[in-house]
Ligand binder design. Structure first.
Ligand code: ZN
Length: 492
């Protein structure tokens, strides 16, 4: 009795996406008594999956494969998670074939199987192959069968045998012992970060960039158009350490969710520079199926907002919470979906609407009211998130004429690697008495908020580390204060 019961069951391990994570789903199939040849599905919340049933029936019939003579029940567990996408087609089809002995059940036991099936039996690629493959490996699966186009992305995971197949027939061949074809090799590497040697002059901008790189501080640059703010920002990832193996996979998987997939591991901290016309969904994530936005694509890297006052203020405000928490929560049919969003924020702005305020050779024509209005477009609390504010002035005429290159990223990195280690347990306020007195003065003079004070101390510590010191001294604090008070004229 027990044997005949087992005979009627089949189990398939499959996976589906939930935000930036993948969830293991167990598909359990069972023949029922009815003679109607119906496929009854349970445990599904996604509407698209109902169509899956008809697609699979059509596909199996066209391929000359046999459907069970009786009705069958297909149960997806756990039942309480929404299952989006069509990745359940292939596991469902193979599970049905296992019920009629056209697939060896034992072959299904150690595999993870995902894929969408077309009516003609070909497999269509699915989204998030790397995320799914990472989850399969973590769940202890040794083999992962999925559509051919997803093979290269899934192969980025070590320790998991990838079986990329083109058709349902090929899937059956592999399950009966034919070796799966090797997916194309992934020899590409991600783009090398840009080099600081391309930037001429801009000593204070470079200095701020280096401090930002060491301490992970947010940086805001102000200057007329064309002075190199964007060039500087683009070179921040090159100053940061390459991603650890684990983080590289995490970031690559996120990028794979957003685009048509990734073909190489993202090893350098990403740099994302959304335009100010970007939609809210484009920035924070959203859509159907839900995909990460620029904020999450910049995870463990740099989010650069050029012409920051041009971004709608509401859009900028949505960044405050994620900047604090390192992740963004999106509501999705009454459920929260999370995407990681630990970013270093770099902003750039013109000093005024016309762009030439403080320019040595050109005059500003902005009225005081338009200037005030322009600055109000970035809220105080968001402005407070920038630990470093620096002027990026137009280059001196003679520095434009020289062909001398700037200092390279490699040279700057050498300095960063010689910095004193961070001290996570340092006291909240430095012990040095002169430093404390200067801080008290600054709080009174510049109306520093408590948050502003703590950020200033953090920047001063980073500056001390850069000169190899463990103790913050008064010159470190003064430099940190000069960055907090920011741009010439910002406090007017
Ligand atoms: Zn102006």
């Amino acid at each position: 009795m027990k044997n005949s019961q087992a005979h009627k069951d089949a189990r398939v391990h499959t996976y589906c996406l939930h935000g930036s994570r993948a969830q293991e789903v167990e598909l359990e199939l069972q023949l029922t008594g009815g003679l109607m040849q119906r496929i009854i599905m349970s445990g599904l919340a996604g509407g698209a999956l109902r169509e899956s049933r008809e697609r699979i029936r059509g596909c199996l019939e066209r391929a000359g494969l046999q459907l069970p003579k009786r009705s069958l029940l297909a149960n997806f567990a756990p039942a309480d998670i929404p299952k989006q996408g069509n990745g359940f087609d292939l596991p469902l089809a193979l599970g049905i074939l296992a019920l009629t002995e056209q697939v060896n059940r034992a072959a299904l036991s150690d595999r993870a199987i995902v894929g969408e099936v077309a009516l003609d039996g070909r497999l269509r690629p699915i989204r998030g192959a790397l995320t799914l493959a990472l989850a399969a490996r973590q769940a202890g699966r040794t083999r992962f069968m999925l559509p051919w186009e997803n093979g290269p992305e899934a192969s980025l995971v070590d320790g998991l045998k990838i079986e990329a197949v083109r058709t349902i027939q090929q899937a059956l061949d592999v399950l009966s012992g034919t070796p799966a074809p090797e997916p194309p090799a992934t020899s590409q590497s991600d783009a090398t970060p840009l080099d600081l040697a391309d930037v001429r002059g801009q000593a204070s901008g470079r200095r701020a960039l280096e401090i930002a790189a060491l301490g992970g501080h947010n940086l805001l640059m102000s200057g007329p158009p064309g002075t190199g703010k964007t060039m500087l920002a683009q070179r921040l990832p090159g100053l940061l350490n390459p991603l650890t193996e684990e983080n590289a996979l995490e970031v690559s998987a996120l990028h794979g969710l957003a685009s048509g997939g990734v073909s190489c591991i993202v090893r350098h901290p990403p740099f994302r520079a959304p335009h100010h016309t970007i939609s809210r969904g484009g920035l924070t994530g959203g859509g159907n199926p839900i995909t990460p936005g620029e904020l999450s694509l910049a995870h463990r890297g740099v989010l650069f907002l050029d012409e920051m006052p041009e971004f709608p203020r509401m859009l900028l405000e949505t960044l405050r919470q994620p900047l604090e928490e390192g992740k963004i929560r999106l509501a999705r049919a009454g459920r929260a979906v999370e995407f990681p969003a630990r970013v270093q924020l770099v902003g750039a702005m013109n000093p005024c609407p016309c762009g030439y305020r403080g320019h040595p050779r050109r005059g500003c024509r902005c009225s005081p009211s338009s200037l005030a209005q322009y600055r109000r477009r970035i809220s105080g609390p968001l402005l407070d998130r920038f630990d470093l504010a620096v002027d990026v002035p137009p280059p001196e005429a003679d520095s434009l004429l020289t062909s001398k290159k700037g200092e390279s990223t490699a040279a700057a990195r050498l300095r960063l690697s010689a910095a004193a280690p961070a001290q996570p347990n340092a006291p909240a306020v430095p012990k040095n008495r002169r430093v404390r007195r200067r801080l008290e003065q600054a709080i009174a003079t510049f109306a520093l908020s408590p948050r502003g004070m703590h950020r200033t101390i953090a920047v001063a510590r980073t500056i001390a580390r850069l000169r190899g010191a463990e103790e913050t001294d008064i010159s470190d604090l003064d430099e940190a204060l000069s960055f907090r008070n920011g741009f010439s004229g910002a406090s007017e």
